[in-house]
Design a protein around this ligand. Sequence first.
Ligand code: SAM
Length: 220
Amino acid sequence: MSNNFSVARRLMVDQQLRLRGISDPLVIAAMLSVPRHLFVEEAFQSRAYSDAPLPIGSKQTISQPFMVAFMTAALELQGTEKVLEIGTGSGYQAAVLATIVDQVFTVERIPELARRARRILDLVGAACVNLQVSDGTFGWEEQRPFDAIMVTAGSPETPRHLLDQLKIGGRLVIPVGDQIDQVLKRYRRTDNATFTEETLLGCRFVPLIGRYGWPESDYS
Ligand code: SAM
């Protein structure tokens, strides 16, 4: 069975990632090594390596493999960075990041998802991932600054706290738009007060809910 999953994982990397232009060797190696099937619900394990997001409970999703790889590549990691993820969900993206860098911090607002993610991260040997339950639109103030920040939920705008928690030269990747469709934006801090902004591609994420995201009452 685990052999079937590793074959499916290799096919996923070849057909969904390499053929669509993902070539960063650190990202490819991470996507080849993290057992995605352990992060999805048991009922969906046979579809863990399909080209789609999947439900993980609490009305949330694990992102499509291509989106995980694309966003990871967009952070331009070399392996020495301190990285913050907002939206732990299943923990899969955090595990991918932890394969590339030593310092991963991840924030989830739903305690049950955070507990489940913690258990799986420990199981797959990613115990070094630091996980906190809080409103990630505030970032993780005590741990700033970060070389790279990734938001894996869609926001109406880019929270200022996240930009402020970047090092000079740091990158923030975030889906920005309405509650259905967003564009993936990448910001780069060029000095204390200046950021460049690029639009990378269209995407569709569940909402970022919090003080500087969507109000909780909009999404019940
Ligand atoms: N990265 C995840 C993975 O690898 O499974 C998928 C993330 S899922 C698309 C979005 C997650 O963001 C959900 O788990 C949701 O609860 C979380 N979220 C939404 N708003 C948040 C906030 N303000 N702070 C932290 N997490 C938030």
